[in-house]
Ligand binder design. Structure first.
Ligand code: DOR
Ligand code: ZN
Length: 426
């Protein structure tokens, strides 16, 4: 019940002005007080000593599969998996069936999400009808009905003139365009990153140019038209470099990468495990290191999961025809904490910002900041707890993770969304 009081005691509170050992009182769904030695009769007490109490994580790129592909995931199972991963606000991509290219589907998703539970679900609607890349959707109407951004994610808007117009209309209606940068002609039937591993494994490669030319195009369009654009799942060193240069010229470009690109490389494909198949593909070790650096130096603004759950039947096939995607909610925080913080590349403050306030700011979500009066969205993290990934235990319907058996450090203990315990404490 959102009316219940929760007192989070003794934790390291991750606040806008730094990390401080303070208690947090949650009441009626809001952060009622942040302070020292708080007491509250009748409140449920969570002992957070030795743990971080951070704003609930914010994911601006995931796939919830409903309507249409409920065998892979549905809004309720996806929201529960998000909570298991520490997320309290998630934005879901429109490649459902029917595609979320109109107000009816946007409203359907919002309604289902409000029934599903306390995790906030923000629908992202399509840029073009049916994701066909031809006819633009009604940006104004979609924004009005609650779409939080527009994207044809999973497909590129191939026609540059359509993308240009979409950027201009989106700006007018105050809604961000998220670019899926992939030139499908350059992909040319490739299945994994083009390089020494694709040669060794005998799998057709995908040139990094497929991603980078589209990043360059969309940065240029945004710069010339004086609009914003957000670039999804940057996976190459060159992509990050192009974005860095565009930012230096003053272009309003933001971007994300996903946890799997900073943890794994194309060498992982050597098992021919279809769980390593993802779009864009896992890149080289040099790319992986460059992405970590780009996250640390601010070129990459935020981390988004690209949670892409699939049914086992879509993965238990040969590599060539397997579906792209990794079920990512439940490993995202552990991967990022292990690689970035334990790896010494980033402070805890910085990583929390990349997974909370930064993504929220990109899409203008009222989330990602721990402050009195705001919605009580919190995650309690045990920073030194080691755990081994077991995808068979995922809350998500998608058990498609190549990270089974990997040991990660940093565990989500509780997720509180809108003042309700959405995960933990059982
Ligand atoms: O790996 C991916 N899976 N990349 C995408 O762009 C789409 C996604 C999906 O919908 O499964
Ligand atoms: Zn995606």
């Amino acid at each position: 019940m959102s009316g219940d009081k929760i007192l989070v005691k003794g934790g390291q509170a991750v606040l806008p002005d730094g990390i401080k050992e303070l208690d947090i009182l949650v009441s009626e769904g809001r952060i009622a007080k942040i302070g020292r030695d708080l007491e509250c009769g009748g409140a449920r007490v969570i002992d957070a000593s030795g743990m971080y109490a951070a704003p609930g994580l914010v994911d601006i790129h995931c796939h919830l599969r409903e309507p249409g592909y409920e065998e892979k995931e549905d809004i309720a199972s996806g929201a529960a998996a998000a909570a298991r991963g520490g997320f309290t606000s998630i934005c879901c991509m429109p490649n459902t069936n029917p595609v979320n290219d109109n107000a009816v589907v946007t409203e359907f998703i919002r309604k289902k999400a409000s029934i599903a539970g306390p995790v906030r679900v923000y629908p992202i609607a399509a840029i073009t009808k049916g994701l066909e890349g031809e006819e633009l959707t009604e940006a104004g109407e979609l924004a009005e009905s609650g779409a939080t951004a527009l994207s044809d994610d999973g497909r590129c808007v191939k026609n540059a003139q359509k993308m240009r117009l979409a950027l201009c209309y989106a700006k007018r209606f105050g809604i961000k365009i998220i670019s899926h940068p992939e030139d499908t002609d350059l992909v040319n039937g490739g299945l994994m990153n083009e390089g020494s591993w694709s040669t060794a494994l005998g799998l057709p490669g995908i040139t990094r140019a497929a991603e980078e030319v589209m990043i360059a195009r969309d940065c240029m369009l945004a710069e010339i038209e004086n609009t914003g654009v957000h670039i999804a799942h940057v996976s190459t060193a060159g992509g990050a470099r192009i974005i860095k240069e565009a930012k230096e010229r003053g272009a309003a470009v933001t971007c994300e990468t996903a946890p799997h690109y900073i943890y794994a490389s194309d060498e992982w494909v050597k098992s021919y495990d279809t769980f390593t198949k993802v779009n864009p593909p896992l890149r080289t070790e040099e790319d992986r290191k460059a992405l970590i650096k780009a996250l640390a130096d601010g070129t990459i603004d935020c981390i988004a999961t690209d949670h892409a759950p699939h049914h086992i039947d879509d993965k238990n096939v040969e590599y060539a025809i397997a579906a792209n995607g990794i079920s990512g909610f439940e490993t995202a925080f552990g991967i990022c904490w292990t690689v970035l913080v334990k790896g010494g590349f980033m402070t805890p403050e910085k990583l929390f910002a990349k997974m909370t306030s930064a993504p929220a700011a990109i899409l203008g979500l009222d989330a990602g900041t721990l402050e009195e009066g705001r919605s009580a969205d919190l995650v309690i993290i045990a920073p030194d707890e080691k755990w081994v990934v077991d995808p068979s235990k995922f809350v998500s319907k998608g058990h498609n993770s190549p990270f089974g058996g990997c040991e990660l450090t940093g565990a989500v203990k509780y997720t509180i969304a809108g003042g309700q315990i959405a995960y933990g404490g059982k």
